[in-house]
Design a protein around this ligand. Structure first.
Ligand SMILES: Cc1ncc(COP(=O)(O)O)c(C=O)c1O
Length: 394
């Protein structure tokens, strides 16, 4: 029997990246003491009234099929949320409801690209992006960034990577893994390059509500870029509800029917009771959302303070998101080698920077998803190991 090449393209893109994490889970299941800082799952409770709404809706019979584009109330709530954010009007016909950001990104890529096209992605990048682009058939083209420039991608680097086959720039701000938040002037400069080369911009904004001091700016909120931008997000991170699989793609109105056709081929509608809960999530203010953002900020500060004075491991305050990249290049190890030694010697589980592209080399990514006291204990162990390795070298 024959298979289509999609699963061949995807095989081998996933497992190796997560090997340290999987080993951490295995050790935890055996009852060994491990501090897991490898995965980006918000650890604080979601808004109680959002959960309540989902339960009530389910009980009241909102369990039937839904429209492919999404329930009208959910589309209105997403459009209003995005309008409030920028002041630039978004209408429900510009919104597709999706089963989370990942599903939204997949829908967007399937709608815009095919085999032979190229998709530009700033490196380091979120670990699923290679698979997403490979699934679409297009070619993944990493665009280098540097730790010395706080991993901010530049318009010049993007322009250098463009070929006649380039169709899409896939941005992620705030970034996982780097915490970089693009400023308005960076977005405008990048947008100007996309305008000149007629590229679509897909912006993964799943951490839009988790910024610290740098304000969030989406190309979708810039009037001159909206016609070429698809903004993709969800309530997974902002509201601590990744299991709800509730998100959206906002786009120019003429794109929505095309996105909807692709979404219908995959899912043909999402759960109405979850969409009702999303309406509550986006239309009301919730102390839990503020608490979540404040916790990530406080933990990031605690981590940066814990490494102060160390030359073996350093970290700078992220501008947003749920992660910190820690620079361990002084140890002479790769991020991967360091992560394996860290689990072995100190029982701390982090992601190797290389799991997010070669741009992450010599770094480890730490998730800010545990209490500050545990995080500081993990930092003490990371610092101790880094110092030991530097000493062994000399
Ligand atoms: C950058 C980025 N995009 C997308 C996702 C997936 O989000 P969702 O749960 O909305 O599918 C994640 C989850 O970690 C992420 O870090």
């Amino acid at each position: 029997m024959k298979f289509a090449p999609i699963s061949d393209r995807l095989s081998g893109l996933g497992a190796a990246k997560w090997a340290v994490h999987v080993e951490g889970l295995r050790r935890g299941a055996l009852g060994k003491s491990v501090i897991m800082l490898s995965i980006g799952e918000p650890d604080l409770p979601p808004p109680a009234n959002v959960i309540e709404r989902a339960a009530k809706s389910m009980r009241s019979g909102r369990t039937r099929y839904s429209a492919g584009q999404g329930e009208p109330a959910a589309l209105r709530a997403i459009a209003a949320h995005l309008t409030r954010r920028s002041g630039l009007e978004v209408t429900p016909d510009q919104v597709l409801y999706t089963a989370g950001t990942q599903n939204g990104l997949c829908t967007a890529l399937f709608t815009l690209v095919q085999s032979g096209d190229e998709v530009l992605v700033p490196d380091p990048y979120y670990a699923t992006y290679e698979g997403l682009v490979a699934a679409s058939g297009a070619t993944f083209v990493p665009v280098p960034t540097s730790p010395e420039h706080a991993f901010h991608v530049t318009a010049e680097a993007i322009e250098r990577a463009i070929t006649p086959r380039t169709r899409v720039l896939l941005l992620n701000t705030p970034s996982n893994p780097t915490g970089a938040v693009l400023s308005q002037s960076e977005v405008d400069a990048i947008g100007e390059v996309c305008e000149r080369h007629d590229l679509w911009i897909i912006c993964d904004e799943v951490y839009a509500d988790i910024t610290f001091d740098a304000p969030f700016c989406s190309p979708f909120d810039r009037p001159q870029l909206r016609h070429r931008t698809l903004a993709v997000s969800s309530i997974s991170k902002s509201h601590g509800l990744p299991g709800f699989r509730a998100g959206w793609v906002a786009s120019p109105a003429e794109v929505t029917p095309r996105l909807t056709l692709v979404a219908e081929a995959m899912l043909f509608g999402s759960q109405p009771f979850i969409q009702d809960a999303l309406v509550v999530a986006l239309s009301e203010t919730h102390p839990e959302v503020t608490r979540l953002r404040d916790a990530f900020r406080e933990r990031a500060h605690a981590l940066v303070n814990a490494f102060e004075g160390s030359t073996a491991v350093t970290a700078r305050m992220p501008e947003g998101g749920m992660f910190i990249m820690c620079d361990i290049r002084a140890t002479g190890l790769t991020g991967e080698q360091f992560a394996w030694r860290l689990i072995e010697d100190e029982g701390v589980v982090v992601m190797p920077g290389e799991s997010f592209g070669i741009g992450g080399a010599g770094h480890i990514r730490v998730a800010l998803t545990v209490d500050s006291s545990i995080l500081v204990e993990a930092c003490t162990r990371i610092r101790r190991l880094a110092a030991k390795i530097v000493e062994e070298k000399s």
